[in-house]
Structure formats: structure tokens, C-alpha cells
Design a protein. Structure first.
Length: 301
């Protein structure tokens, strides 16, 4: 049993990580805007507060899930995105190093430009939007300040939600239930991945680290199925027993901030460790929706 700190513990991925790790470890979660009972309220952009919190918690492992994950918001408010995705990461790494903690930094497939998939762990990054740039800067800061840390790149996520807009996948249900004829992106190729499956892999990485295995550098985790957002929304409609005929496949980009076309990740390093275990989208998405009745009840209103 290890003492583990999880940042962003109130978010989509952070909640799944806390749930998975709590079965066999002592877990302290931190959050900010949604910090509630059982979660330490911590402003990660306050370096002094980060240093104090990490010293008080004295974790053996830190899983850094907190981030500004929205490309459009990152482009509109670049200073805030950089403060959370880079400056907070630097502060956390420095605090982790001071107390001897090992760290997993959560990154993104958006560090790639999407022109030459699949991307191996040692492929050259080339982000096409500011969000990807800030996450890559966070990777570089982590690697520089903590060479033994692990960097885990992930694709688009879904899982148990408090509200649908926590997930860029499940938020599509709002369009599905709107019943207005509208276009849905059928251009960008993604691999939607369950947060529960990711959390299990993170648990496995921590287990191997605690056993003395060298778990460091860049790792990729991704589900196997390739889908566009239009493909996702059709699959979600089938799970929910809803009609999707009003949703039109758009063959050109529809987002404000530029997105890469296809950032499919090759996950050879985690596969070699026996930690690449994923479920089909229809199975894991159905499970996530079944665990999110309140979010579904509010959809379409």
C-alpha cells in the first residue's frame, strides 16, 4: 500500500483514478473549482501552495491529471491554459522532487499533428493548436525536472460523468437528443478510450514501479477502435435506443481551434508490460452511461 496524491481528482479522469487506486492504496485527491468533502482544495497555479500541500501529504506517487483540456478554451485564454498545463506542472515536479515522490504526468495525443499515424512513443511531436503546445511544454518540463517520471499520453476520453460536457465523447448525446438537423464532424479520426480502463493501467504502472521496475519516459494508452465524432454519436444512439437520422456527417473540420486529422497512438510500451487492456466502445460506453443517470436525465433540457 502506497501513499498516492492525485491532482484533478474531481475531474473525469481523476475520479476514475482515485476510484481504482483507493482499493489498494491510501489516496489523497486535490481539486479546485469542484473541491468537496474528501478532496483537498488546491490552486495548482500557486507554487507555494503546491509545495506546502505536497510536503504535508508526503506522497510516494503523484498522478497529475489536472489540466486545461479544452482546445478552444486554451486558444481563447492562453495565459490560463499555460499556467495550468505548464507552470503548475513545473511547481508540482519541483515539490515532488523535494519529497522524493515518483510522478505520472498525463498528456495527450494532441502533441502530434495527425499527418503520419500511428504515432510511436518516440515519434517527433508537432502540435497544431495551443492546447497541444502547452501539454508538450508540460511533458518537457516533467522530463527535465524529473527524468524518472512517466509521461502518459491519452486520446479522447469518456467515462462516468456528473454532467455530459465533462467528456468530449458523451457531450455528443446533447446533439443526439436535440433532434434538430445538424452536422457532426466526420473528418477527425479518434480512438475514444474509457477512463476506467486507463485508471486500471495507471494502477498497474504504479504497482510495477513500487515493485522496483523502471517505469519512466513516454507511454501511450488508447483503445483499439477508430471512430469519428459522427461514428461515436451513431454508436451512442444505438446504446440508448435513439434515432440518429437527423445528424449529418460533415467531411470537413467543424471545430474553432485547429485539430489534427488522425493522432492514432501506438501503445507498444504498455502492451509489452501487459497493461494495454481495453474494452469495445459499445461495452465501456454503455457502462459509463449506466453509471451516469443524473447526467443523462438532464440531457436535452
Amino acid at each position: 500500500m502506497a501513499n498516492i496524491m492525485v491532482t484533478g481528482a474531481t475531474g473525469l479522469l481523476g475520479r476514475a483514478v482515485v476510484r481504482a487506486l483507493s482499493a489498494s492504496h491510501t489516496v489523497t485527491g486535490t481539486g479546485f473549482s469542484r473541491a468537496a468533502e474528501g478532496i483537498i482544495r488546491l490552486d495548482l497555479t500557486d507554487a507555494d501552495a503546491v509545495a506546502t500541500a505536497v510536503a504535508d501529504i508526503a506522497p510516494q506517487v503523484i498522478v497529475h491529471c489536472a489540466a486545461e483540456r479544452r482546445p478552444d478554451v486554451s486558444a481563447q485564454n492562453p495565459d490560463a491554459a499555460k499556467a495550468l498545463n505548464l507552470s503548475a506542472t513545473e511547481a508540482l515536479c519541483q515539490a515532488a522532487r523535494a519529497c522524493g515522490a515518483w510522478l505520472i504526468y498525463i498528456s495527450t495525443d494532441y502533441v502530434f499533428d495527425g499527418t503520419e499515424p500511428p504515432y510511436s512513443e518516440d515519434a517527433a511531436p508537432n502540435p497544431v493548436n495551443f492546447y497541444g503546445e502547452t501539454k508538450l511544454l508540460g511533458e518537457k518540463a516533467t522530463a527535465s525536472l524529473m527524468p524518472d517520471a512517466a509521461i502518459l499520453r491519452l486520446p479522447i476520453l469518456y467515462g462516468e460523468v456528473e454532467r455530459l460536457n465533462e467528456s468530449a465523447v458523451l457531450v455528443l448525446i446533447e446533439q443526439l437528443l436535440d433532434y434538430q438537423k445538424q452536422g457532426v464532424d466526420d473528418w477527425a479520426i479518434r480512438r475514444p478510450t474509457s477512463t476506467a480502463d486507463i485508471a486500471d493501467a495507471i494502477n498497474g504502472m504504479i504497482g510495477k514501479h513500487l515493485e522496483g521496475e523502471q517505469i519512466s519516459g513516454i507511454y501511450h494508452f488508447s483503445a483499439a477502435e477508430t471512430m469519428t465524432k459522427h461514428g461515436m454519436i451513431v454508436a451512442l444512439a444505438q446504446i440508448l435506443g435513439k434515432d440518429s437520422g437527423h445528424l449529418i456527417a460533415q467531411s470537413s473540420p467543424t471545430d474553432t481551434a485547429r485539430r489534427p486529422r488522425d493522432c492514432t497512438l501506438s501503445c507498444r510500451r504498455l502492451e509489452a508490460l501487459g497493461l494495454l487492456k481495453t474494452r469495445p466502445f459499445n461495452v465501456a460506453a454503455a457502462e459509463a452511461l449506466a453509471a451516469s443517470p443524473a447526467a443523462l436525465a438532464n440531457a436535452g433540457h
